[in-house]
Design a protein around this ligand. Structure first.
Ligand code: HXC
Length: 282
C-alpha cells in the first residue's frame, strides 16, 4: 500500500514506544523512512527497541522520560531537537490501565491512570504544539484512544474510560484550534490488539479472554501491522485534509450494541437462518 519513502521527511516521537503497539508503529514508520524517537520509563526496554529499529537505517533515539512530568517532557523535546534537528510528528501512545470495581478504586489509583493517559497526552501535545507554532512548522498528532472513549464508556476501567474520553475531546478541540497552524490532530480507537501490557492487566484468565473473543464479529484479534498501517496513513502526507477524526479499528466489536445483534450469540448462523425461514410469512 505504501511506498518505502512515504514517511521519509518525518521525525516522529512515539510515547511508550519501547514495547507493544508503540513499538509496532515505530517499526512501520521507520520502514517507511521516518526518523524515530521513542520514550518510556524503562531504559532497558528502550535500548533493546532502538537496536531493533536501527535495521531500517533511519535515525533512531530513545529518551527515558515519564510523560506525567511536564518539565521532563520539555527536556525530552529539547533533546530531540538537539539530537535529531526537528520533530514533525507525535503519537500519544503511552497508557495505563487496570481492572477494578469503581467503588474499590482509591483516589491514587484513579489519579495514576488520569496522569499517564490524559495529563501525559496533554504534556506532550502542549510542548510539541508550542514548538511547531514557534518554528512556524506543520506537524501531526495521533492519539491512541479506545473504542470505549466514545458513547458507552466502560465498566471496570473507569479511570481509563474517563481519561481516554478526555483525550478524544482534546483531539477534536485542538484539531479545530490548530488547523490554523497546519497541525493535524487525529485519533485511532483500537479494539483488541494483543500486547503483554494490556493482556496481563485486562485478561486475568483464559475464560475472560475467550468471552472477549466471542464478541468480536471478525472472530479474531487485530494484527499489529493492521494498526500500524492505519497510523502510517494518518501520519503521512496521504491524509493532508483529515483532522479531528477518530478511526475505529476493531473487527466490528463496537457494533455489538446494535439492537438485534445479540441473536447471533444464541445459536449458529445456520440454525438462525432456519428460525428466520420458519418465521417468514407469519
Ligand atoms: C487497583 C491499583 C492497581 C490495580 C495500581 N493501583 N494497580 N488499584 N487495582 N490493579 C493503584 C495503586 O494502589 C496506587 O494507588 C496507584 O494505583 C498507583 O500505583 P503504582 O503502582 O504506584 O503506580 P505506577 O508505578 O505509576 O504504575 C502505574 C500503573 C501500572 C498504571 C498502575 O500498571 C503501569 O505503569 N502501567 C503501564 C502499562 C499499562 O497499564 N498498559 C496497559 C494499557 S492497556 P494508591 O491509592 O495506593 O496510591 C490500555 C488499552 C485498553 O490502556 C484496551 C484494551 C482492549
Amino acid at each position: 500500500m505504501f511506498k518505502d519513502n512515504t514517511l521519509e521527511n518525518e521525525t516522529i516521537l512515539i510515547t511508550g514506544g519501547g514495547s507493544g503497539l508503540g513499538l509496532s508503529m515505530a517499526h512501520k514508520f521507520a520502514k517507511l523512512g521516518a526518523d524515530i524517537a521513542i520514550c518510556g520509563r524503562t531504559e532497558e526496554k528502550l535500548e533493546k527497541a532502538v537496536k531493533e529499529l536501527k535495521e531500517y537505517g533511519t535515525d533512531v533515539h530513545y529518551y527515558v522520560a515519564d510523560v506525567r512530568d511536564y518539565e521532563a517532557v520539555g527536556q525530552m523535546f529539547d533533546g530531540i531537537i538537539s539530537d535529531m534537528g526537528k520533530v514533525t510528528g507525535l503519537v500519544n501512545n503511552a497508557a495505563g490501565n487496570f481492572l477494578s470495581a469503581s467503588e474499590d478504586l482509591t483516589p491514587g489509583g484513579f489519579k495514576a491512570i488520569v496522569d499517564i493517559v490524559l495529563i501525559g497526552s496533554f504534556n506532550c501535545t502542549h510542548h510539541f504544539g508550542n514548538h511547531l507554532i514557534k518554528q512556524k512548522e506543520k506537524g501531526n498528532i495521533l492519539n491512541i484512544v479506545t473504542t470505549y472513549a466514545e458513547d458507552a464508556g466502560s465498566g471496570f476501567v473507569l479511570p481509563s474510560a474517563c481519561s481516554k474520553a478526555g483525550v478524544l475531546a482534546m483531539t477534536r478541540s485542538l484539531a479545530f484550534e490548530w488547523a490554523e497552524y497546519d497541525i493535524r490532530v487525529n485519533a485511532i480507537a483500537p479494539g483488541p490488539f494483543p500486547t503483554e501490557g494490556a493482556w496481563t492487566r485486562l485478561f486475568p484468565t483464559k475464560k475472560f479472554e475467550k468471552k472477549y473473543l466471542d464478541k468480536i464479529p471478525a472472530g479474531r484479534y487485530g494484527n499489529h501491522e493492521e494498526l500500524a498501517n492505519l497510523a502510517s496513513f494518518l501520519m503521512s502526507d496521504l491524509a493532508p485534509y483529515i483532522t479531528g477524526e477518530c478511526v475505529t479499528i476493531d473487527g466490528g466489536e463496537k457494533l455489538s450494541a446494535g439492537q438485534f445483534n445479540f441473536i447471533d450469540s444464541l445459536m449458529s448462523r445456520s440454525k438462525l437462518k432456519k428460525v428466520f425461514k420458519m418465521m417468514k410469512g407469519k
